[in-house]
Ligand binder design. Structure first.
Ligand code: NDP
Length: 435
């Protein structure tokens, strides 16, 4: 508390990992002596900077930009940039900390970082977004590089923003290198990156179900969010035979008892991403659906809940409601969408829980593949990348199983993922000595 005052989300994330790895490290003196967890919980570096830009009316605006480089023990820093009005140091430190374990779980050589700014892209013109992104990169370029730190997109940062930032990096440095991932296909991007997080979430859910002798066919799925992760998770779940009955945005949720078909999901993608519209308009398009203003979707009965919007969007009351409605599984698409209290309730009710650091790692994994393609200046084919994504998700699931308690018939995926992610980073840090 004294070292990181007021950083609620950061405390939450560190506490969750500390509790889970306690059993694993308690008889391993070497980790204690080396203070490994304390070292991972102290970011290597937090850079904060002023971002000045001019709006369309000529007013000067001032935002605060950040890059939190948490840990580079197993590879260069890697993690997204979030542009959202709620962004602060606590949120970015929690995300960078979590990213360290997630990247470790992918099996690829990537350290953990996160960044962004308290800039709200909503309602801004393209030119305003461009001027903001250029100003942001005018400072960020000093701290990143293809072998140092490779940022990507996150909430509020999609292909448009990555384009403006990549253009500015190239202009300042006169170097055409893979300094960002999530780039357009014409200028160094990778096929399959757009769908990778959402698809990966559903692959992870599929593997959890298979482990329990079940599959997705006919399952009722509640999804929250209607952005990148949510729409592609809904798409893959539908392709694999499930029925997705909800999606949401920050105004409320849509319940469509007939299910979100591919046509409906395509409409959501176009409407939210291309036209930057509100999800409430869905009910004017598709009969039988209802919009629930200011509410989250967890009251709708489902077998599987996929929270894919934002942190702390599934609390204890939501968990109780899901349990009461007979949900079997919660798999996180967003980062830390489930509060620690809610996770505890789900565990007690033996609801299978797929934690973000394992379940949503498909996105950063394909980003890692984008980095390799940029370094070799060779592009992989779509079928190769789809296959690699599937394999990576299966391997993450296996890594979790390797650290699950063999004496229990309930697989505690959150605990296992924390231990598996921690061990690789911790062992690398031990090899480097006290640095
Ligand atoms: P998008 O910006 O594409 O979509 C975010 C969605 O969540 C939107 O529907 C948005 O609604 C909703 N949302 C945002 N804030 C809130 C809030 N406070 N309350 C309710 N709804 C909210 O982001 P992504 O889909 O990329 O990211 C979603 C989550 O997944 C984040 O936690 C992100 O860190 C995580 N993630 C993303 C990855 C990726 O590859 N994109 C990779 C790994 C994790 P509205 O339109 O109203 O703002």
């Amino acid at each position: 508390q004294r070292r990181n005052p007021g950083e609620t989300e950061f405390h939450q994330a560190v506490y969750e990992v500390a509790v889970d790895i306690f059993d694993f490290i308690q008889d391993k003196e070497i980790y204690h002596e080396a203070q490994i967890l304390r070292r991972i919980a102290e970011p290597d570096r937090v850079v904060s900077f002023r971002v000045c830009w001019e709006d369309d009316n000529g007013n000067v605006r001032v935002q605060r930009g950040y890059r939190v480089q948490n840990n580079n023990a197993i590879g260069p820093y890697k993690g997204g940039l979030r542009f959202h009005k709620s962004v602060d140091q606590s949120i970015l430190k929690f995300l960078a900390f979590e990213q360290t374990f997630k990247n470790s779980l992918t099996g690829l050589p990537m350290g953990g970082a996160k960044g962004g700014a308290d800039f709200n892209p909503k309602g801004k013109s393209d030119n305003e977004v461009m001027r903001f992104c250029q100003s942001f990169m005018t400072e960020l370029y000093r701290h990143v590089g293809e072998d140092t730190d490779i940022p990507a997109g996150d909430i509020g940062t999609g292909a448009r923003e990555i384009g403006y930032m990549f253009g500015q990096y190239k202009r300042i440095t006169n170097r055409y290198v893979g300094v960002l991932t999530g780039k357009g296909l014409e200028w160094g991007g990778s096929l399959v990156r757009t769908e990778s997080t959402g698809y990966g979430v559903v692959y992870f859910a599929e593997d959890m179900l298979a482990q329990a002798g079940d599959d997705l066919e006919g399952k009722q799925v509640a999804v929250s969010g209607s952005g990148n992760v949510a729409t592609f998770a809904a798409e893959k779940a539908t392709q694999l035979g499930a029925r997705v009955v909800t999606m949401s945005d920050s105004d409320g949720f849509v319940h469509d008892p007939d299910g979100f078909t591919q046509e409906k999901i395509d409409w959501v993608k176009r409407h939210k991403t291309h036209y930057r519209g509100r999800l409430s308009a869905y009910v004017d398009q598709f009969k039988g659906a209802t919009f629930h203003a200011g509410e989250r979707p967890w009251s709708v009965p489902c077998d599987i809940a996929l929270p894919c919007a934002t942190q702390n969007e599934l609390g204890p009351d939501d968990a109780r409601q899901l349990v009461a409605n007979g949900a079997r599984m919660v798999v996180e698409g967003a980062n830390m969408p489930t509060t620690n209290d809610a996770v505890k309730l789900l565990r007690e009710a033996r609801v299978l829980f797929g934690p973000a650091k394992a379940a949503n790692a498909g996105g950063v994994a394909v980003s890692g593949l984008e980095m390799s393609q940029n370094q070799t200046r060779m592009a992989l084919r779509e079928d190769e990348l789809q296959k690699l994504l599937r394999e990576i998700m299966r391997n993450i699931h296996s890594r979790c199983l390797a650290y699950a308690d063999p004496r229990s018939d309930y697989i505690d995926y959150a605990k296992a993922a924390n231990i598996a992610g921690f061990k690789k980073v911790a062992d690398a840090m031990l090899a480097f000595g006290v640095v």
